[in-house]
Write a protein that binds this ligand. Structure first.
Ligand code: AHG
Ligand code: MN
Ligand code: MN
Length: 355
């Protein structure tokens, strides 16, 4: 615990706001609304079994994946919490194919919110930690009533804030508004997020690597060689082996690696020709986590490019994702250049970067 002070998330956000003398409080309130939505989702995930709401909703989301009931619930909570406050002009969610517009009866505000309401939801039935991820941009369309795709498709480097909530053995919210990374733990008895991790820094001495090793046969040579290297099995490049940890809920894998040090990998592979860009979504999964990792002193890449420099071309765009300790990410990039130059070239053609 930092010092003797007890600091709620509200107080922390307000103190951050004091750094900007012209701030109106709109952004502060938006972050607080997200924290409130997180408390409701946390309550529901905690009693999922009791409330008999486990299982599939019977519908599919835009990626053709089964929607879990809690996916649908979490999505609705976030939309209903944010769409009427006059702080947001447009939103997008993993669970909705199209942008989420603000109903005409409500005022619009300056912020654009993208989110994955429940990350790792295929794990819910097994009582494994899941999470929520969010990105916040400022609108770029001059008239708030004309906001649309250009507001949603901004590169990660323009993020105003990003964060995640992990519903684990305790519920934690971690966010950055461009001034480092702070983490808060929910005290469920009083319903407050209390500052528990004041300045999160990615440790220089990493411990873990996280990748779905079950797909090894589909990996590109660079990834295969990299995992050999990271587990200390390359005779020409000896190193201390990292331990493997893979939950299959990215928020949880990311959170552990952020605190303990390491690298998370979700590469593109040769398994599915229709998905040459891997599985994870750029705008509401990878960019926000990349932002937090950079704010904590780490790095995030698609194997060649900095994730935050990628200009999204579509809402649900996918990207390969390598995120964690700076040196480990740089080494992955080096391996792609060395072992799969043809893939590097193909990716360069697909990806548009900030100029
Ligand atoms: P979501 O539940 O939002 O669809 O995301 C699941 C993601 C991510 O959390 C996790 O890292 C990855 O899927 C796991 O995929 P594999 O089972 O292919 O490893
Ligand atoms: Mn997800
Ligand atoms: Mn999800």
């Amino acid at each position: 615990m930092p010092g003797t002070k007890l600091i709620t998330i509200e107080r922390h956000i307000l103190e951050q706001q004091a750094r900007f003398p012209h701030a109106t409080g709109e952004f502060t309130s938006l972050l607080y609304d997200i924290a409130l939505a997180a408390k409701l989702i946390s309550r529901e995930t905690n009693r999922a079994g009791l409330a008999n709401i486990l299982g599939k909703a019977g519908t599919q989301n835009v990626q053709g994946e089964q929607q879990e009931l809690l996916d649908v619930y979490a999505n609705q909570i976030i939309v209903r919490m944010l769409n009427h406050t006059g702080r947001v002009c447009i939103m997008a969610s993993e669970e909705d194919p199209d942008p989420i517009f603000i109903p005409a009866t409500y005022k619009r505000g300056n912020y654009v919110v993208l989110f994955d309401p429940l990350d790792g939801s295929s794990n819910i039935d097994y009582n494994v930690s899941v999470g929520t991820i969010f990105s916040i941009h400022r609108h770029v369309t001059p008239d708030l009533y004309d906001c649309g795709l250009p507001d949603l498709l901004q590169p990660g480097r323009r993020l105003v804030a990003a964060g995640y909530i992990v519903y684990g053995s305790s519920t934690m919210m971690v966010y950055s508004a461009g001034n480092g990374v702070a983490g808060f733990t929910l005290d469920p008895s009083v319903g407050e997020f209390l500052l528990s991790h004041e300045e999160i820094r990615a440790p220089d001495n990493p411990k873990y690597y996280s990748v779905n090793q079950g797909y090894e046969r589909f990996w590109l040579e660079a990834v295969r060689q990299y995992v050999k290297w990271i587990t200390g099995m390359k005779e020409d490049e000896p190193r201390k082996a990292l331990s493997a940890r893979y939950i299959g809920s990215m928020v949880s894998d990311f959170h552990r690696n952020l605190i303990a040090g390491g690298i998370f990998l979700y590469p593109a592979d040769t398994r599915d020709k229709a998905r040459p860009m891997g599985k994870l979504r750029l705008n509401y999964e990878c960019a926000p986590l990349a932002y937090i990792m950079e704010q904590a002193g780490g790095a995030a890449s698609d194997g060649i490019h900095r994730i935050l420099d990628i200009v999204p071309q579509s809402l649900h765009q996918r990207t390969p994702f390598f995120c964690g300790n700076k040196d480990l990410v740089a080494k992955m990039e080096e391996y792609f250049q060395h072992y799969n130059p043809e893939w590097v070239e193909a990716l360069q053609e697909r990806v548009q970067l900030v100029t």
